[in-house]
Ligand binder design. Structure first.
Ligand SMILES: Cc1cc2nc3c(=O)[nH]c(=O)nc-3n(C[C@H](O)[C@H](O)[C@H](O)COP(=O)(O)OP(=O)(O)OC[C@H]3O[C@@H](n4cnc5c(N)ncnc54)[C@H](O)[C@@H]3O)c2cc1C
Ligand code: FES
Length: 252
C-alpha cells in the first residue's frame, strides 16, 4: 500500500501568524515515501473525519514531515492546541504530487494557505524555481525565508501593497521566464495561472482543494468535475486522482 496510518510525535510546533501554525512530525516511514504535493489526513480526538493538510516539507534524512495549516473551523482550532511531544495519528502520503522536472525552470504560484505545498517543490528545484507568493497583507506572509533558503527566486505580492509587489501574483509572474507552472490557491488565482500558462504554451499543474471525508477514494466526498482527453466531462476524486491535476483536465 502506498499510504500508511501512523502515530507520530510532534517534534516542533510553531505559530507563524495569528492563525497559521507550523508542525514538524517524526514519521520516517511516511517521509521515505512522500513527494511534494501529496497530503496527509490528520486524526483529531473526538472527530470521525480526519482533516486533510498538505505536506509542506519532507526531510528523509531526519525522517520528518512538515505541515503548515490555518485555523478555519473546529478541527484546525483543536489541532493548533497540540504541543511539542504529543502524538498525532496521520494517514499519509495521499494523492498524487507535482510532476517535478529539476531541469525545467518552474514557476510556483501560491496564494495564501495554498503556499505551503509548493515549498517541497522549491526544495527539489532550487535555483530552477521562481516562487511568486501572494497574501492579503504583510501580516499574512508566511514561509518567505524558507523559499529563499531553497535557492528559489522568491517574490512576494500583497493585495493591499503593505509588503512586496502591490497586486495579483499573476501580474507579477508575467514578467518571469519559465518552462512549467505549478500552482495552489483560490480558484480565481488558478484560473489566471492557467491562462498565463496557455499564453506561454507550457505545462501547468494545479493543486485543488475540496471538502474531504475518507481521503482515499472510498466515499465520493471530494467529487469534482474533470475533462477527459476529448473534452468530455466526468466526475473524479480530488483525493485519489489529485489533488494535483493537469490544468487542461480541471473545470474551474
Ligand atoms: C488536499 C488538501 C490539502 C489541504 N492542505 C491544507 C494545508 O496545507 N493547510 C491548510 O491550512 N489547509 C489545508 N487544507 C484545508 C483544510 O483541510 C481545511 O481547512 C480543514 O479541513 C478545515 O477543518 P476544520 O475542522 O477546521 O473546519 P470545519 O469547517 O469545521 O470542517 C468540517 C469538515 O469539513 C472539512 N473541510 C472543511 N473545509 C475544508 C477544506 N477547505 N478542504 C477540505 N475539507 C474541508 C473538514 O475536513 C471537516 O471534515 C487542505 C485541503 C485539502 C483538500
Ligand atoms: S474524500 Fe472520500 S473519495 Fe475523496
Amino acid at each position: 500500500m502506498k499510504y500508511d496510518s501512523k502515530r507520530c510525535k510532534l517534534l516542533k510546533a510553531d505559530k507563524l501568524t495569528t492563525d497559521v501554525y507550523d508542525f514538524t512530525l517524526d514519521c520516517p516511514e511516511l517521509a521515505a515515501k512522500a513527494v511534494p504535493g501529496q497530503f496527509a489526513q490528520i486524526r483529531l480526538p473526538g472527530h470521525t473525519l480526519r482533516r486533510p493538510i498538505s505536506i509542506c516539507g519532507i526531510d528523509r534524512e531526519r525522517g520528518t514531515l512538515r505541515f503548515v495549516f490555518q485555523i478555519r473551523g473546529q478541527g484546525t482550532a483543536e489541532l493548533a492546541e497540540f504541543q511539542q511531544g504529543q502524538e498525532l495519528e496521520i494517514l499519509a502520503p495521499l494523492g498524487n504530487g507535482f510532476p517535478i522536472d529539476p531541469d525545467k525552470r518552474t514557476l510556483l504560484v501560491g496564494g495564501g494557505i495554498g503556499v505551503p505545498p509548493l515549498l517541497g517543490c522549491a526544495s527539489v528545484l532550487g535555483e530552477n524555481a521562481v516562487a511568486v507568493l501572494g497574501f492579503r497583507s504583510k501580516s499574512a506572509v508566511i514561509l518567505e525565508q524558507d523559499f529563499e533558503k531553497t535557492g528559489a527566486k522568491t517574490l512576494i505580492a500583497t493585495d493591499d501593497g503593505s509588503y512586496g509587489f502591490h497586486g495579483l501574483v499573476t501580474a507579477f509572474a508575467e514578467k518571469e521566464e519559465f518552462e512549467a507552472v505549478f500552482a495552489c490557491g483560490p480558484a480565481p488565482m488558478l484560473k489566471a495561472v492557467r491562462v498565463l500558462a496557455e499564453q506561454r504554451n507550457v505545462p501547468c499543474f494545479l493543486s485543488l482543494e475540496e471538502r474531504m471525508a475518507c481521503g482515499i477514494g472510498a466515499c465520493l466526498g471530494c467529487a469534482t468535475p474533470l475533462l477527459d482527453e476529448n473534452g468530455n466531462q466526468y466526475f473524479g476524486h480530488v483525493c485519489k486522482d489529485g489533488p494535483v491535476f493537469d490544468s487542461r483536465r480541471v473545470v474551474l
